[in-house]
Ligand binder design. Structure first.
Ligand SMILES: C[S@@+](CC[C@H](N)C(=O)[O-])C[C@H]1O[C@@H](n2cnc3c(N)ncnc32)[C@H](O)[C@@H]1O
Length: 218
């Protein structure tokens, strides 16, 4: 396994405002590393986009896995502290990426000259009240997913359909409470995305899954 990105520039004070990498983050890294030959050879990405990049650990790791620096790495996060740290993490690990503070993909489209080939989202997925989804507290906003933990996820699904290139792939982290079967059915029914569970892990009592969606037979 490639070493995880160096995060020693991030202080405990930073983690009061930015989601600290946890089991879900590391499951994401595993799923990307397991798929790297497929991603390099079959997807051959021009643009990768991570929504909700937090510390930037996932996108920086993806940049390291892809290795040649020719893929444009873009990140968004609704939290300005997160986008600032995402850029620092990339620089600390000699990766170039751009990070934009915005809600999901708003404000991003004018910057895209090509559809997205690899889309990653480790969303707020914990079941909470709907009010918590729009909390002013950035840490709460990192995990609060509203009803069934699906409120942010459900806003992202149609955007994934709009953004992905024809051979693009979308990795989405979910937990059992989010009803992964229903998400997959919806992606197939509404957008004809094929799907599989790319990785899964029990973290405490929570079963986490990385769902992988794509359009073509790959
Ligand atoms: C579970 S954390 C994941 C962070 C990081 N990707 C990781 O794996 O460690 C979810 C991230 O999504 C961000 N987020 C929440 N709602 C968002 C939205 N509407 N648009 C963009 N980012 C959002 C949070 O600020 C947080 O950084």
């Amino acid at each position: 396994m490639l070493p995880t990105p160096n995060l020693d520039h991030i202080t405990s004070n930073d983690y009061e405002n930015v989601y600290e990498p946890a089991e879900d983050t590391f499951l994401f890294l595993d799923a990307l590393e397991n798929d790297i030959e497929f991603l390099k050879n079959d997807v051959n990405p021009c643009i990768c986009l991570e929504i909700g990049s937090g510390t930037g650990c996932v996108s920086t790791f993806l940049g390291q896995l892809l290795g040649d620096g020719s893929t444009l790495l873009l990140c968004t996060d609704i939290n300005p502290f997160a986008t600032a740290i995402t850029v620092k993490t990339a620089i600390r690990n000699s990766i170039h990426l751009d990070a934009i503070t915005t809600n999901l993909t708003s404000g991003l489209l004018p910057r895209l000259y090509h559809k997205v080939d690899i889309l990653c989202f480790n969303p707020p997925y914990v079941v909470t009240s709907s009010e918590d989804v729009n909390s002013k507290n950035f840490i709460e906003r990192a995990w609060a997913g509203g009803i069934y933990g699906r409120e942010v996820i459900d806003r992202m699904l149609p955007l994934a359909n709009d953004l992905l290139s024809s051979n693009g792939v979308f990795y989405l982290l979910v937990i059992s409470d989010n009803k992964p079967d229903e998400i997959c059915e919806r992606m197939w029914r509404d957008y004809k995305f094929q799907f599989k569970i790319s990785a899964s892990r029990l973290a405490g009592r929570e079963k986490q899954f990385i769902l992988k969606f794509w359009r073509n037979q790959t």
